[in-house]
Design a protein around this ligand. Structure first.
Ligand SMILES: [Zn+2]
Length: 310
């Protein structure tokens, strides 16, 4: 008779494997399909758009899960090891990615291609104007649709090299995606013209690449990662800035706790609006099939209100 707690652990592990097996059934690659593992939603969306029906994509960070806190489970490493392609953003967001990829590669007989979709040169200077390194780099580049194009082009290159017969299809799909990303950039630029304010208060400093592109400043209730919450002195400074600048909205992301935002709202009378860092979708968004462009349009609308534009 095994020790009850060990037995429980074993049972839970088996249950977890069963759940994973059920959830991923729809993503099982068919014969000849590229099997890809992505970390976050924008990468999933781009891989699906470009790969079309020649790819099966499984996203590791599930809807509603905070991406900065994510650590891969052994089953995730196993999933990577049995795939053809592993796609992540940058070690500043997925510090675990390279280790997981090398553990997966050593445990698998098939060849695994791993791609990092952001490099520091193409992503440009950090919005703080500091020297860019892995520790203070803002990895949320997909929030600027023109920088998302760089990520898409890296995914395209990987797919072409894994499946040369699909090259024409992939290039056509990537072209269509690029046209939409350019149009999205124009929509946001239009929405954010003629604004009364030039700063927004955000739940975490995820919006540096948008701020740089569309010409506004972000004041964070937390840092580059939501778990690094500010202390009372920093919150008092944020409250002062809100009052000084006449800011009337606090832009709160949907997945992390809004406790701090509620507190600051109660102090200042500023209203909460949703601004989505789009690391992963909420469960509700995934259920109704809201995609990258739907959510970016909502983001543009929230920013237009918060900056008092047009
Ligand atoms: Zn983030």
């Amino acid at each position: 008779m095994p020790h009850p707690s060990k037995f429980l652990v074993l049972l839970l592990a088996l249950l977890a494997l069963t759940v994973i097996a059920c959830e991923s059934r729809s993503d099982e690659p068919l014969d000849g399909e590229i099997s890809a593992i992505t970390t976050t939603y924008p990468l999933t969306y781009m891989a699906q758009r470009i790969g079309g029906d020649r790819i099966a994509v499984t996203q590791l960070v599930k809807p509603g899960v905070e991406a900065h806190d994510f650590e891969p489970a052994p089953s995730d490493v196993l999933a990577i090891s049995t795939s053809n392609l592993f796609v992540y953003n940058h070690p500043a967001l997925e510090a675990w990615a390279l280790n997981a990829a090398s553990a997966s590669a050593s445990g698998s007989e098939a060849s695994l291609m791993t791609i990092q979709t952001i490099n520091l040169e193409s992503a440009g200077e950090d919005h703080g104007g500091q020297a860019v390194d892995d520790s203070n780099f803002d990895a949320h580049v997909w929030l600027n649709p023109l920088k998302a194009q760089d990520q898409a082009s890296r995914i395209l290159a990987a797919l072409v090299s894994l499946d040369p017969d699909g090259a024409k299809t992939f290039i056509r799909n990537a072209d269509a995606l690029n046209v939409e990303l350019r149009a999205m950039d124009e929509i946001i630029s239009d929405q954010l013209s003629g604004c009364a304010l030039d700063s927004v208060v955000v739940s975490h400093l995820a919006f540096g690449h948008m701020a740089e592109r569309y010409g506004f400043g972000q004041i964070g209730l937390a840092g580059l990662s939501p778990e690094f919450e500010s202390g009372p002195a920093q919150i008092a400074t944020v409250i002062d800035r809100i009052n000084e600048l006449g800011i009337q909205h606090i832009l709160q992301e949907p997945i992390v706790s809004n406790r701090l935002a509620e507190t600051v709202s109660a102090e200042t009378g500023a209203e909460l609006l949703v601004l989505h860092p789009l690391e992963v979708r909420t469960k509700a968004e995934a259920d109704v099939g809201s995609d990258y462009f739907d959510i970016m349009k909502e983001n543009a609308e929230s920013l237009r209100k918060a900056l008092q534009c047009g």
